[in-house]
Design a protein. Structure first.
Length: 339
């Protein structure tokens, strides 16, 4: 069982994956540049795991520094690559920032390992756009991305697939996340949106705690049962466990050179259903209004997760109630312990 490098290891999904790697007996090295996370997460991780994280601050866009770092860590056998910019709206305003960061970091990483490593890549269901058929399977066509962020995920998958095809020493598993929400049951780590949350659940918890005003439901005129958009929300801890399963599969030489998996629950929930689920789970009353559709949003998506169950031996176990309760407990923790 080799040492695993987690890039973006103090981020939302990265930090939860560090915990699950620890729980599965892996030795972990974290790198981050804190461009979208907080150093305090390192202390939180130590509280949860009982071990001080092995951490290096590193700008993955600096080719020389990445090479030097990797050469200093000869016993790394696998990499889980989370480090990337991921704000859809910001990517539309600053496309070059997204293309530079998300591609330089990925290519520098692969080059630093001389293309000889097991790599888990953090991708997104956003590559499907609005699927023609639901639930969407991994075989569904990738559609023209609605944003530079989504485009970086699509192109990164192509870079990885084409490189793996001619590089037997490079194994890659791309994990297409649906909508990650919730927090670790300890409420010591969770989502840390910078500024006004763009994503639904962190906006809900900040509205409930009084940091934000009423929630605006972006459209209720979609062709869905209650008119609001549908997504496949998955607990971040379930998502983290899937990364461990993916690394394990590659380490046990079960994986093909390039594989893709959907990481969702296989169930869709509408915005209004999430709002009501939050209220029922927490007993908190939410204020919300109906607003216009949000530019770039798709109407509905949820994943077919058969392949992940069969080949990763993984399926999501935590339900919407646990997602809402854990997200709320984290928001309450932040209120008492501001980062
Ligand atoms: C979910 C639904 C909104 C806020 C994006 C990226 C995806 C991933 C997750 C990075 C939509 C509605 C939201 C609000 C609302 N990003 N909404 N009021 O857009 O499905 O996915 O974030 O990893 O790759 O594409 O997630 O949480 O922003 O929106 O009505 O205040 O909630 O319109 O229908 P999305 P989201």
């Amino acid at each position: 069982m080799g040492k695993i490098l987690v890039t973006g290891g103090t981020g939302f999904i990265g930090s939860h994956t560090v915990v699950e790697l620890h729980n599965s007996g892996y030795e972990v090295v974290l790198v981050d540049d804190f461009s979208n996370s907080n150093p305090k997460i390192l202390t939180q991780l130590e509280q949860i795991t009982g071990k001080k994280p092995v951490f290096f601050e590193l700008d993955l866009c600096d080719e020389r520094k990445v090479k030097e770092f990797v050469q200093s860590q000869p016993d790394i056998s696998g990499v889980i690559h989370f480090a990337a910019f991921k704000a859809v709206g910001e990517s539309v305003r600053e496309p070059l920032k997204y293309y530079r960061n998300n591609f330089y970091s990925l290519i520098n990483l692969i080059n630093a390992f001389d293309s000889s490593v097991n790599l888990v890549f953090s991708s997104s269901c956003t590559v499907y756009g609005q699927p023609d058929h639901l639930p969407v399977t991994e075989a569904a066509p990738v559609k023209k991305a609605e944003s530079p962020y989504g485009n970086t995920k699509q192109i990164a998958e192509e870079i990885l697939q084409e490189t793996c095809a001619v590089t037997p020493s490079l194994k890659v598993t791309s994990l297409r996340y649906f909508n990650p929400v919730g927090a670790h049951h300890s409420a010591l780590i969770g989502e840390l949106p910078i500024g006004v949350p763009q994503n639904l659940v962190p906006f809900i918890t900040q509205s409930a705690i009084g940091k934000r005003g009423a929630i605006v439901v972006h459209g209720n005129d979609y062709r869905t049962p209650d008119g609001s958009a549908i997504r496949d929300y998955i607990h971040v801890v379930d998502l983290a466990k899937a990364h461990v399963a993916a690394i394990k599969r590659m380490e046990e030489h079960q994986a093909a050179n390039y594989e893709v998996f959907n990481l969702g629950t296989g169930k869709g929930s509408s915005v209004l259903e999430i709002i009501h689920a939050f209220e029922e789970s927490t007993g908190e009353k939410l204020n919300y209004t109906i607003g216009p559709r949000r530019e770039g949003d798709i109407e509905q998506v949820w994943g077919d997760v058969t392949k992940s169950a069969e080949l990763l031996g993984w399926k999501a176990e935590l339900d919407i109630k646990e997602m809402m309760l854990s997200a709320w407990n984290w928001e309450k923790y932040l209120q008492k312990n501001p980062f």
